[in-house]
Design a binder for this molecule. Sequence first.
Ligand SMILES: Cc1cc2nc3c(=O)[nH]c(=O)nc-3n(C[C@H](O)[C@H](O)[C@H](O)COP(=O)(O)OP(=O)(O)OC[C@H]3O[C@@H](n4cnc5c(N)ncnc54)[C@H](O)[C@@H]3O)c2cc1C
Length: 303
Amino acid sequence: MPDKLYDVAIIGCGPAGLQAAIHAASKKSKVIVFGKARKSGLYKAHIANYCCYEKVVLGKEILEVGRKQAETFDAIFLEEDIVRTRKENDLFSLNTESGENFTSRTLILSMGVARNKLRVKGEKELVGRGVSYCVDCDANFYRGLEVAVVGNESAAATGAMTLLSFAKTVYLICRKLMVTDMLYKDLRSSRVKVIEDTWVKEIIGTNEVEGVFLKNGETVKVDGIFVELGAKGALELAANLGVIFDAESFSFIETNKKQETNIPGLYAAGDISGKPWQIAKAVGEGCVAGINASEYAKKLASS
Ligand SMILES: Cc1cc2nc3c(=O)[nH]c(=O)nc-3n(C[C@H](O)[C@H](O)[C@H](O)COP(=O)(O)OP(=O)(O)OC[C@H]3O[C@@H](n4cnc5c(N)ncnc54)[C@H](O)[C@@H]3O)c2cc1C
């Protein structure tokens, strides 16, 4: 059973949480990490744009190596979700799903974001095999191929425009476009084929995506589909602590360059602190948060 008072507690064991754990634990802070690796955005991803990995690497592999590395510095991992957080005096109190309570001098929030899903037949089955939630991550895999983007808002429209530099044909499937006048004009004068007033009913394919079946009865043959419906962060836990969110979308935690939030001792890193949703950003912010949390905890312990 792990000791219950820590210097640095980290919620989330994706790349941001892992890097934070490595840096904080290597500075001799007592570190505990909560979360389930299989729920990380990275778990099912194939990565081609992360520094030092020349060939495509499985996200799962990065997560496994990162955890082992953090454990060599004595970080402790608990595969449980945190269901409640609060700050009492100078300490953060955390409740796990199985009812245990832990206390920490500092807390790093690295819970990532949950991509909104289409929730149609074929989506879950073909993730990573033609179904993607990230144009920046996967556009490169579709050079010279046919792709569709589904979504109504600016993320979908800009995603479709970005894909024009890679794919042969880009369809944008939407119920109704809700973008700025400028983006609308750019989109309409581009090669993107907009299919409006409909939605995806089913993603077709056995081992990989072969096409999409639309609600208007049309079938569009594509090699990939990008679901760009935005995301929700695991923000309820943060809201409980009185954290300030970004003013524009109210979906990401505001931090400064030290990854500090508005609450002393509370840090945020990775997808949860905004775009781009990329491993490199998550790892960079995790490093900064881990170092600063460790220093903060030391000062608090000696005061
Ligand atoms: C299909 C796909 C492909 C991608 N491809 C690329 C790519 O090619 N290149 C690239 O750079 N990026 C890619 N990404 C993005 C990349 O995976 C993310 O940017 C990265 O994983 C973010 O790291 P994170 O640590 O912030 O969050 P995550 O990796 O999402 O980890 C969050 C962690 O928090 C945990 N958590 C959440 N709530 C709780 C709670 N209440 N209690 C405990 N734990 C909790 C989750 O279980 C999870 O372990 C891809 C993502 C997807 C989905």
